[in-house]
Ligand binder design. Structure first.
Ligand code: ADP
Ligand code: MG
Length: 730
């Protein structure tokens, strides 16, 4: 323990070692996907016929028969055993925050007294994990207790350590989804179907539309030694108390700054492992807050990107520990400085290009561009409250609406050029814009938009859903969230908007309107309808809150109430029409979300009460006693008039400590009572509301006084690492 540091920091021991990580002699292109059973490996390890069948399954979603599965499993087993693999597991995403796995060895009796390594198609395709303790929102108790995991061939199998990891969906015996992946796949299928039909208006040869996701993951690193001395970080992922550090991010000197060598070593190690697992890492940099960083891969098909993000988060936690760090994925680990998000860059593409990419080479390309932009806006407009519900959680609630993250109102930033284009389209008449003398001379007077990217460089940071050139960036997603929750809603909503759009266009065509004119008329109608969602101004301003309300956007700011949107009739209608989630599944999901909300705050309140009563108050009292002692001693050696003067400052401190301490003690009592009352409530929704309204505010109120004590009490006595100690990596 050095004199300035009150806690054991493991960092110093790591620095030398970390700096030694040599540059790899291999190039990323050589080790990319080393531990993934990708097409290359399939080609090598599977018979040609089986390889072709697998490609068909992956590309066209055809089903896999058991015979083929057996052959695939045999090839996989051979590949995996060459890597020293002994176990396999189905890897799934239950409605908790993480992933789940249960490992089984490859071993089987050979019935001659020995063992053989075995891995069959059946084990690959389907398992029945004993899943009774995963959240099901009542689905399993109402129906059947069993849960099944089933292989998702669209996301390749990979190896971690000695285990073959098989990405799977997780469903109940009666077919209800118990995870994120199953509805995500349905949502992606829905958007593929709806978008393909609309894309065919412009390009009849289109067969498939793919949804893309490029996530940008923000995170904090803290020295493992300091983390270990913070029970709140350990239990809840965030600091429940702690005064601001004198210096934090006000100098803006961390953002894009040079990366500390210990961190750089961590990043390098992490990237190599991620690349080996087929995650196409590309970008890394310091973020705004001290000790905050970001990493981003190249975008991928959404289902795969979601899996890769889940894998990446677990990899980050693991690799961080190897470097003497703890990786904090919580949305708001430290008060007073920026929190962490996970921007979800989203677009749709065909095999020939991105549908949100503009401008096109031809008027048809331009109309296609405008159509997909406007229908995305329609989706976001109609379901803005639901989109917000998809990203809200007890932890992300600390970030949204704070002046560093998107506000808790969903709106879309388009930039000047695209805004002008939409206004232009809205205001001009059909004849003005379209010359219908024949398809050849079909012209659409859309101003050239090559500066679109330039125009978007101002990147309105306050917008939760910003158009950034060839994609929308959904920025409200929380750093530790499963992106699937947001992607399920967004893709389903866009599918619905496009299906709706097509119905109206087809009706116009059936009534005799020329196709492109019908499209344009429908687009124009929608530009008018979805106008309230478009907002390029400052999302942090109070005027915006008032205006958004006037526009009819969802301005709810209480997390448990935001979740009500999952059960709105429009939501149920959308999800059932698009075959993504049934009403029963939606009800189950809402229950789980409310329950999770409650539990998070419950845990925070418990550990917070414990810290206050067992750590903070005793230390404050001890310091206060020292001061009182001093006052007595001063009295002994000085005449009364001098003694009063000498002790004035201490007397004041003694009083202030008393005031803060009494506030803390009294209110921790209230906190315990509030929990007691809330815990008795039956309904998960009402209970979450009670936690939000009565428990959470007390945490904040008490914290204020704890943080004041931190400033008064002798530094040597203070029992927790302070912000200034945790936030600057040495
Ligand atoms: P920033 O927003 O910080 O400038 P980048 O330009 O590096 O970030 O891009 C962020 C993410 O967006 C990356 O994952 C990138 O691959 C992804 N991205 C780029 N184009 C698209 C697209 N058309 N669809 C989806 N994601 C995309
Ligand atoms: Mg971004």
């Amino acid at each position: 323990m050095s004199s300035t540091l009150r806690f054991q920091v493991v960092g110093e021991a790591f620095t030398k070692k970390a700096l030694d990580v040599p540059n790899s002699k291999e190039r990323p292109s050589e080790f990319f996907g080393k531990y993934v059973f990708n097409r290359q490996k399939m080609f090598k390890y599977l018979p040609a016929k089986v390889y072709r069948k697998m490609c068909d399954v992956i590309d066209n979603g055809t089903t896999l028969d058991l015979q083929t599965a057996n052959e695939v499993a045999a090839g996989m087993k051979q590949w995996a055993m060459e890597l020293g693999v002994t176990h396999c597991t189905h890897w799934f995403q239950p409605l908790t925050e993480g992933t789940a796995e249960k490992h089984d060895g490859f071993v089987e009796h050979d019935w001659k007294g020995g063992m053989v390594e075995e891995f069959t198609g059946k084990e690959l395709i389907q398992q029945e994990p004993d899943a009774s303790s995963f959240p099901s929102g009542g689905i399993r108790s109402t129906f059947e207790a069993r849960g099944y995991s089933a292989w998702d061939p669209a996301s390749p199998v990979f190896v971690i350590g000695d285990t073959l990891m098989i990405p799977t969906v997780f469903i109940s015996y009666t077919g209800e989804a118990l995870d994120y992946k199953a509805p995500l796949k349905k949502a992606l299928h829905a958007v593929d179907r709806a978008a393909t039909e609309v894309a065919r208006y412009f390009y009849p040869e289109v067969n498939k539309v793919v949804s893309n996701l490029g996530w940008e993951q923000e995170y904090f690193l803290v020295d493992e030694g300091l983390y270990a001395a913070r029970p709140d970080l350990l239990m809840t992922g965030r600091t429940l108390m702690g005064h601001d550090s004198a210096k934090n991010q006000q100098m803006d000197d961390h953002y894009f700054g040079s990366i500390p060598s210990r961190v750089a070593a961590f990043m390098k190690d992490l990237e190599i492992r991620a690349l080996e697992l087929g995650i196409p890492c590309k970008t890394r940099h310091n973020e705004v807050a001290p000790n905050q960083f970001e990493l981003a891969p190249i975008f991928e098909e959404t289902n795969l990107a979601v899996d890769h993000n889940m894998l990446m988060m677990s990899l980050m936690r693991k690799v961080a520990r190897k470097h003497g760090f703890r990786c904090l994925l919580h949305e708001k680990p430290f008060a007073g400085i920026n929190g962490s998000g996970k921007h979800n860059n989203w677009s749709l593409s065909t095999d020939t290009g991105i549908l949100l990419h503009g401008p096109g080479k031809t008027p048809i390309d331009n109309l296609r561009f405008v159509t997909f932009i406007v229908e995305t806006l329609m989706a976001v407009y109609r379901h803005n409250g639901l989109l917000k519900a998809s990203i809200i959680s007890a932890t992300n609630a600390h970030r949204l609406g704070a002046n560093e993250a998107p506000p808790a109102i969903i709106s879309s930033f388009l930039g000047k050029q695209l805004s002008d284009l939409l206004i232009h389209l809205e205001e001009s008449s059909d004849d003005e814009i379209i010359n219908l003398a024949g398809k050849q001379s079909f012209t659409l007077d859309i101003p050239q938009i090559p500066e679109l990217m330039l125009d978007n460089t101002d990147r309105n940071r306050t917008s939760p859903f910003a158009f950034t050139g060839n994609r929308f960036e959904f920025r409200a997603v929380g750093s530790q969230a499963n992106c699937a929750a947001a992607m399920i809603v967004l893709n389903t909503a866009v599918a619905e908007a496009l299906a709706d759009f097509k119905e109206r266009v087809d009706a116009r065509i059936a009534a005799g309107t020329e196709k492109f004119k019908a499209i344009l008329q429908t687009v124009r109608e929608d530009i008018k309808t979805c106008k309230p969602i478009h907002f390029d101004g400052n999302g942090y301003s109070d005027e915006w809150k008032a205006e958004a309300k006037a526009r009819g956007l969802d301005v709810e700011s209480s997390a448990p109430l935001m979740l009500d949107r999952y059960l709105d009739p429009e939501t149920v209608a959308m999800f059932t029409r698009m075959h993504v989630l049934s009403e029963a599944e939606l009800e189950a999901r809402s229950e789980i979300k409310w329950e999770t909300y409650t539990k998070k705050i419950q845990i925070e309140a418990r550990i917070f009460g414990d810290l206050c009563l067992n750590h903070i108050i005793p230390v404050a009292t001890r310091y206060q006693s020292q001061l009182i002692d001093n006052v007595h001693k001063v009295k002994e050696i000085f005449p009364p008039s001098t003694a009063a003067k000498v002790s004035a400052n201490n007397l004041q401190l003694i009083e202030r400590i008393s005031e803060h301490s009494s506030f803390i003690t009294e209110n921790v009592e209230k906190l315990i009572d509030a929990r007691r009352v809330a815990n008795k409530i039956e309904s998960e929704r009402e209970k979450a509301i009670a936690y939000h309204d009565t428990v959470a505010p007390l945490l904040e109120a008490i914290r204020y006084h704890v943080d004041k004590l931190e400033l008064i009490v002798d530094n040597e006595l203070w029992p927790l690492p302070k912000y200034r100690e945790m936030l600057f990596i040495r």
